[in-house]
Design a protein around this ligand. Sequence first.
Ligand code: UTP
Length: 370
Amino acid sequence: MTTQEAQAELKEYLSLSQENKEETEDEIRPIKTLRIPEYNKNIDTYKKAGMEAIEKGELALLLLAGGMGTRLGFDGPKGTYPIEENKSIFECLFDNLRADIGERQIPFFVMTSDKNDQATRSFFKEKNYFGYDPGLIYFFRQDMAPACDFDERLLLESKDTPATSPNGNGGFFTSLLKAGYGDVLKEKGIRWLNVFGVDNVLAKIADPAFLGAVITEHKSAAVKAVLKKDPSENVGVVCEKNGHPSIIEYFELGEELAAQRDENGELLYCAGVTVNYLFDTSILLDTAGRKMPVHKVRKKVPHIDAAGNFVKPEEPNGYKFEILITDILEFFPDFLPVEVIREEEFAPVKNLHGADSVDTARKLLEARRA
Ligand code: UTP
């Protein structure tokens, strides 16, 4: 991206930024979660419906692997991290896939970014595509967004290069279409996209029961959700916002709504999202060309100063722009949160140690093997 192009894009990102819009009062309502007992009651029906759709070629996978993984601080794409002895996160995900659909192979899109595209492709090749048919793996790069300082002036990485970063995981469909893969969806008759993050090593992907649930319940989008442990747990929860499905953070929800319970004493806003979604592709295709809202996020942005010296800030010094998955949900008429057992399906690798870390994920993988 040239500096001139970045200036124009920055203007556009600023105009779409939600934070630059006037605040309005949002109408928040709960959305019913498909809880485990109910799910289990219909599991055979769901599995059958999901497997039928898979056999008909209606499902494809889309791996979100364009993130910077800054919290992990690993020098390389997060998916290449050796989470187990001789096993990368990517390999773990392919193992999970086989556990769900055996040796069947379905189209597998991989979203990278300018920062990790080459390294990701080389790793897949070096590992012989984890035994998968390389003809079914479609890499594409996500869009990059320029970064600016707190006065909304473009920051430069070097004299002629703007500071840029991947524009958030919600831009996946726009970037997929830009890569020309809309045709692949249409030609192959792909009706459902299972969109998942790179860092949940317990993610069940292409899960026939999950797919069957969304089909049987006549919904157009779904997410695997873990139940909030207590009202104040800081996790994005599913809700309806101004009549559309959405995900709301604890601080936005407020103490009162976060603590509301139904007649059975269950939290009304209980479904904490994991990055494992199903989307009806016909609705995604309808969103083509529509402007997505953008979020201006305070971050540390390495840049050159007025004297041309490279600065690596210790504290946030500017804004990066991100499109979030919740911004895509706005285009969907309905949404099905499906509860999963946390210990069985949720082991995010965000940090090296502590919560949601390599340490906790290894323990959970070990427990699964036991
Ligand atoms: P996170 O929000 O955890 O971000 O991404 P991250 O970049 O991986 O990690 P930090 O915040 O820098 O430590 C959740 C999922 O969305 C993908 C990530 O690769 C991960 O699978 N993602 C995130 C993208 O594909 N692109 C992005 O721009 C951001």
